[in-house]
Design a protein around this ligand. Structure first.
Ligand SMILES: Nc1ncnc2c1ncn2[C@@H]1O[C@H](COP(=O)(O)OP(=O)(O)O)[C@@H](O)[C@H]1O
Ligand SMILES: [Mg+2]
Length: 607
């Protein structure tokens, strides 16, 4: 999702976009229809008002006819009350329908995000994605709450008013409409500017969100490195842009409404000037038959209708902006929903309840970015129950191997099989249940330790989960927390040490009891005592399980069945510790290098 995404332009009322919005509104359409019904009846009441006044003036006041005058006044009042009630009902109905549709839309976006592959999240800033679900959906929300859906009503009102005006006095109507070309010209001119300013504003806002997201999540680092001032300057700069573009849209918008208001006053003056003259002459002498008579009542109705005519016209241009926002937002939302870079789903997914755990990588090549291969023709097999360690310098591609095995990414060429079945033919959920991974970067969610451990198998009861983890001696690790299993974990586990987080991440996978276990440097952050506990647990779970562990402390992998040494995306050598030492190759060199170092628990950076 690049910046093409931010700049998506198009027609304000884009049938294509509307067609795609409709499925979300369809289940709630009865609210829309109710709203529309209220709108139409409300409009009728509104249109009747000035006409009643005209009758009151011309047929009663002017000719001194008192009969029925009371009825007209009462009817006027009733219509006014009904109109305001209908207006309220209409807003409630439209809001109910709109909000329900937005709920569905938010869920649809979320569901889609959950389907997207790691590759997508690698290249898309989180802030932008959050913006899709919040700001963009909010723009659609505005469309409902400001009553943009009443645009149709406004248009109907305008045409109905025109029809009535022509019926009352077509000459005066024509004179009045002389202002329309000026109105259309200026409105069009300003609208184009509003639109351009609006598009800039959206992309500036999105930029600001992304920046803010990154800065807030990286706050400790910013503070550690005293980067407050420079990042503040960066934020200030983006904010300047936001302010500028916001101001531009507001300026153009207010200019437009001021202009429409002025034009409305001008039109009233025109009616009074032109119509007033006619009324005076028709009142002076009895008009001869055939000559038209402009009465006082008609003149009043004209002024009233004209003012009512300009109000929706003015709102129309404001609503137009809201509509533009909503269309741009929809376009961005749909281009996210159209993102179909998802992992391909097999026609008849293989969904085993259990696997033996025979793994094979056959000529597997992979690159994150086209043209820079990370793995090249990797070939190896792991027999069921075999314990394999991957070693090699940082960046050699070890973590990538594990990510491919769990299908966070798909291979570029070659294939990976489990029990002889290509993992791309597995049901994705089944695959990830059978292959448990302790990743390099631990991610904990808000909740308790137990919640986090049960993440992979929520169907297991709490007691069963505790029992299983106790068998693996994990209770000894959990005992150190005051709250034990129920110790609260805050966002991302920020109240826990790196080692503790790793332990929980480890327990999480063990609780799910997968047949194949893959560990990415699971022990790099823990003290020797904890590591000892972990090793015990690992030994216990590794029994009879196929396992691949990435290790940086080479001392921990001496007793595995086989060691694969990675170098620049290839398997440079493989064998047992003793065999590899005897071969005097890459592995022997790495071991010597590490033995020269103090046992510092060398992590990724030091290896
Ligand atoms: N998400 C990614 N996007 C692009 N390149 C990546 C990504 N993850 C890792 N790489 C690159 O792939 C190479 C291998 O990474 P990795 O498998 O994590 O190495 P190791 O685990 O052996 O240290 C590195 O050069 C790294 O820069
Ligand atoms: Mg790694």
């Amino acid at each position: 999702m690049s910046d093409k995404f931010e700049q998506l332009q198009g027609r304000t009322v884009d049938p294509h976009v509307l067609r795609r919005l409709w499925p979300f509104l369809r289940p709630h359409q009865r609210w829309v229809w109710i709203g529309f019904g209220c709108l139409l009846f409300g409009l009728a009441c509104r249109l009747a008002g000035p006409y009643l006044v005209k009758i009151a003036i011309d047929d009663h006041l002017n000719v001194g006819e008192a009969d029925g005058y009371g009825w007209i006044v009462s009817l006027f009042l009733v219509l006014a009350v009904v109109e305001s009630l209908l207006r309220r009902f209409q807003q409630v109905a439209v809001d109910t329908g709109g909000q329900s549709a937005l709920l569905d839309l938010r869920l649809a976006i979320f569901r889609h995000l959950q389907r997207l592959p790691t590759r997508f999240f690698d290249r898309t800033p989180t802030g932008k994605l959050i913006g899709r679900v919040t700001t963009d959906v909010e723009a659609l929300n505005e469309m409902f709450s400001t009553g943009v859906v009443t645009i149709l009503g406004d248009l109907i009102f305008l045409f109905a008013t025109l029809a009535i005006l022509f019926g009352l006095d077509w000459q005066l109507t024509l004179v009045t409409l002389a202002v329309v070309p000026a109105l259309l010209g200026v409105t069009l001119f300003i609208r184009i500017r509003v639109r351009a300013a609006y598009v800039t504003m959206r992309s500036k806002l999105s930029e600001m969100n992304a920046y803010l997201h990154e800065q807030v999540s990286g706050m400790p680092v910013v503070q550690m490195f005293n980067r407050q001032e420079s990042t503040r300057a960066g934020y200030g700069e983006i904010n300047q842009g936001v302010r500028g573009s916001q101001l531009r849209t507001v300026r153009w918008e207010t200019l437009l409404s001021t202009f429409v208001e002025l034009l409305s006053s001008f039109t009233v003056a025109l009616i009074l000037w032109y119509g007033g003259g006619e009324v005076a002459s028709s009142m002076g002498a009895n008009p001869s038959p055939g000559e038209r008579a402009l009465t006082l009542g008609v003149l009043f109705a004209f002024v009233d209708y004209m003012q009512k005519f300009f109000q929706p016209l003015n709102e129309l241009s404001l609503k137009y902006t809201v509509l533009q926002n909503a269309m741009t937002a929809s376009r961005r939302i749909f281009s996210l929903l159209d993102e179909d870079d998802c992992l391909p789903v097999p026609n008849s997914p293989y969904c085993p309840k259990q696997v033996r755990g025979e793994l094979a990588f056959e000529k597997v090549s992979f690159s994150y970015n086209e043209g820079s291969p990370v793995l090249e023709e990797i070939d190896f097999r792991v027999t069921p129950g075999e314990r394999v360690a991957l070693v090699g310098v940082t960046g050699a591609g070890k973590s990538t191997v594990l990510k491919l095995l769990t299908r966070l990414y798909d291979v570029s060429s070659g294939c990976i099989t489990i029990d002889g079945v290509d993992i791309r033919d597995f049901d994705l959920q089944a695959l990830r249940q059978r292959v448990g991974m302790v990743p390099q970067d631990v991610f904990l969610f808000e909740g308790t330790i137990l919640d986090n451990i049960r993440l992979g198998k929520p169907e297991v009861s709490e007691a069963a989960a505790i029992a299983a983890d106790t068998r693996l001696h994990l209770d000894k690790l959990v005992d150190r927390f005051p709250g034990g299993w129920y110790e609260p974990v805050r966002e991302r586990g920020r109240n826990l040490s790196a080692g503790e987080k790793q332990l929980i991440s480890f327990a999480r996978v063990l609780a799910a009891a997968p047949e194949v276990l893959v560990l990415d440097e699971a022990t790099s952050n823990v003290d020797s005592h904890t590591e000892h506990l972990l090793q015990e647990a690992v030994h216990e779970v590794m029994q009879g399980r196929t396992s691949i562990a990435i290790a940086h402390r080479l001392s921990t992998v001496r007793d595995v069945d086989r060691i694969l040494v990675f170098e620049k995306g290839r398997v440079a050598e493989q064998g047992t510790h003793d065999a590899l030492m005897a071969a005097e190759g890459v592995y022997a060199r790495l071991v010597r290098l590490q033995e020269g170092l103090v046992d510092t628990g060398a992590g990724d950076e030091r290896a």
